[in-house]
Design a protein around this ligand. Structure first.
Ligand code: HEC
Length: 237
């Protein structure tokens, strides 16, 4: 007689841990915003920090496509798992002295548990990165991207207003002409010349201009390679 109720109760109890885990991962996805300026979740896409794809079971400091590991992290002998990641995220400097991750750590154990629940799923081989935090960050558009220095847009297919067709330099002023025919001038301390050699960087010979800062007086011109920079700038008054 009581069986249906019992079964329903049994199912509810059995699915409770799964539900709790999902909630935790959802909170963890939000907590990942603290990491997203520096880390992507898709394989071999590195920013300030290495890609976190396939993190569990990986030796610390071992991603071949990342060239900027500290000697300390490479020599740490850590294999990333639930425990070692929890220690690293609690206090990176204590876990690996002299590492170069500019992050002070997360003291709240629940926040760490949520973040790890999210990361464990999102870093699995083949986990769809488009459904994870990094794309939400991208969706926040240029302002946040510029402010937080991460998740830059792809510069291969540029709108004419972003495509630099000429740069002149005279005294303390750069004049930058773009594909829409407009020319803007910049105090030379306010124009930063950068390179991006990744697959998101500009095409060779087609540098991009990207607004920087909040006031509109600064910009980055991004080239495909350093040797393009001085060739692209004409000294002319
Ligand atoms: C300001 C940039 C920055 C932020 C923010 C940041 N990281 Fe890092 N992270 C780095 C850098 C740089 C390294 C490499 C450190 C080294 O080599 O000493 C690194 C390394 C790591 C590693 C080791 C990866 C490997 O291949 O061994 C993990 C794991 C990691 N970060 C996770 C996180 C998580 C999770 C967060 C957010 C809670 C975070 N990081 C926040 C820059 C950052």
């Amino acid at each position: 007689m009581r069986r249906p109720l019992f079964v329903a109760l049994a199912i509810a109890i059995a699915s409770w841990p799964a539900r709790a885990q999902q909630d935790s991962a959802a909170r963890g996805e939000r907590d990942f915003r603290a990491c997203a300026p520096c880390h992507l979740l898709s394989p071999d896409r590195n920013m300030t920090g290495p890609s976190l794809a396939n993190l569990w079971g990986r030796k610390a400091g071992s991603l071949p496509s990342f060239d900027r590991y500290s000697d300390a992290l490479k020599a740490s002998g850590i294999i990333w798992d639930d425990r070692s990641l929890d220690a690293w995220l609690t206090d990176p400097e204590r876990t690996v002295p002299d590492n170069e991750m500019p992050f002070e750590g997360i003291k709240d154990a629940r926040v760490r548990a949520d973040l790890l629940a999210f990361l464990k799923e999102a870093t699995k081989p083949g986990a769809a990165p488009e459904r994870t935090a990094e794309n939400r960050m991208n969706g926040m558009g240029g302002m946040m991207g510029g402010m937080m220095g991460g998740t830059a847009p792809n510069l291969k297919n540029l709108a004419p207003a972003r495509h630099v067709t000429g740069i002149t330099h005279c005294r303390d002023t750069y004049r930058v002409t773009t594909g829409d025919g407009k020319t803007r001038h910049f105090w030379d301390r306010n124009l930063r010349l950068k390179t991006d050699s990744s697959e998101d960087g500009p095409q060779s010979g087609a540098p991009a201009i990207v607004p920087a800062g909040m006031l509109g007086d600064r910009a980055d011109v991004i080239f495909a390679a350093p040797e393009e920079i001085s060739k692209a700038i004409e000294a002319r008054c």
